[in-house]
Design a protein around this ligand. Sequence first.
Ligand code: GCB
Length: 602
Amino acid sequence: MLYPIQNDVRNKLDLSGIWDFKIDPDEVGERDGWFNGLAEARPIAVPGSWNEQYEDLFNYTDLSWYVKQTFVPASWCGQRVFIRVGSACYYGTVYVNGVKVGEHEGGHLPFAFEITDTIKWDAENVIAISVENTLKPTRVPAGNMTTALGPFASFPRTTYDFFPFAGLHRPVVLYTVPQTYIEDVTVVTGIDGADGTLAVTARLNESAAAQGEVTLSGGARTVKARLSFKDGVAEAQLTVPNAHLWSDTDPYLYDLTVQTDRDRYTLKVGIRTIAVQGQHILLNGKPVQLNGFGRHEDFFASGKGLNLPLLVKDYQLMRWTGANAYRTSHYPYSEEEMQLADREGFLIIDEIPAVSLQFESDENAAERLRMCLQQIDELVARDKNHASVVMWCVANEPMPSSLNLANLGASTSGDPSVVRGKNFLDTLLHRARELDPTRLVTLVTVMGGPQNWMQECDVICMNRYWGWYVMGGELDKALASLEQELDGVWEQWHKPVIMTEFGADTMAGMHGHPNVMWTEEYQADFIRGHLEVAGRKEYVAGMQVWNFADFAAVQSIMRVGGLNMKGVFTRMRTPKLAAHVLREFWVQRAEAAPVDALEQAG
Ligand code: GCB
């Protein structure tokens, strides 16, 4: 799915701003024609979650309506017009001038509907979008599950550890394309000696025959090839002599333009390869470490809404720590963020919203599987051309019903959800690999989860809380257990290992000597200890701290002030002691290293 752009043939009108807003807890809006306008509406910012914009809406996740009036430029008449929503969390229904034009299930991914015939050219158009994020057991991610958690239950009742922010989280835009237009472009890059190669596939919206051209430009060089569309599809191979490759340390981007006689579309392309060989992940044929964080789209007031200044700041802070990678835990991040990752040279593990999947019954599993497959399809369609995206992640901490944190070695045999889960997860991994054989695929495992769920992964990704949820306060013992477990995992799989989560809740400003849990010293020592263990293991291909910054979680006796405080930065982005530890390992030690040890190893 192409990101809407403005050029000489395509137009775009961003409807970000203040919209009218009203909650609809009794679900009368459709019947009463709220799509024509809202009585007694209050103002709300789009993009943004509604929960932090009004205190009385903090815990409200059910149906709500957004309305905005806009003229459409008269010069657009004669072109096809679409409305595109970057993310409506969780279910969005779009109306234009009273007509329902489409609906979409699932947050964090874009959707678009053609509205050419619904537009008024001589008057204001009424755009209405209803959104609801009701927590339901069959949704992905799921909520309101019946569990026996008792006093450990959270409010709102999620199955996951972040606040279920709701609303229009990313821009709503109107855009135009010509009658016959370039609907999709896929670019696969390769390296042949000093040359770069690009296999470009372009698809029109109709199965027409047409002629076109693809051009790659960058620096002083331009490379072109003809595109002969047959049944709406054309393919071309480009070779770039002495290509300037894309990498985390030198994120060079070319402009790739696909052109027909009617349409033109330009996107940024980085030439790079990604692969696994033995214990290493190889970027452009050389071993690379994916060091960084698990993160969240989360901030005061904007919630999960796209917040561009914050995005720029977060990239700067990540770079300051020396990070070169992160995982989009636990859902796809904004397209603007992926573009910035291409430009700034971050290596992304791109994850669908399948957090804490459970497999308690065939019926619920089937419903969730349908949704996960849709999310993989939509994510790959959206992000397949980003150089930064090196790995698809199809699940975070799926868990069998018999999982017992208090008894990690307990056998799960006889638990039908283990077999159900294996089939489910294999299906997801296969789908991702089938859609995109050029990237790595993985899922992220939970402590004590079934070993064989990792079988189909290219890279073993592990979330481990030795020294926090298990052996808290006993760092030496915890680190010994970590080392033992890591070696065991390597022995079993012989695949590169990334620790995708390890972390300790830390109240900024709390200090202690000795370094008791919750102090900045404990978090600093905890992270130092983990990095030291990992530094001794050739097969560890990345360390990703949980979390980059403190973030809004649900209320429970586990979360002070409703925050998960495992950030190395506070929610306001002030560094804790641990941020300096990361800088010491990832910047200072790296700079002090006489030769590139990794390159030598390769
Ligand atoms: C995890 C989850 C993450 C939580 C984290 C924690 O394993 O993947 O979503 O926030 O633990 O802090 O408990």
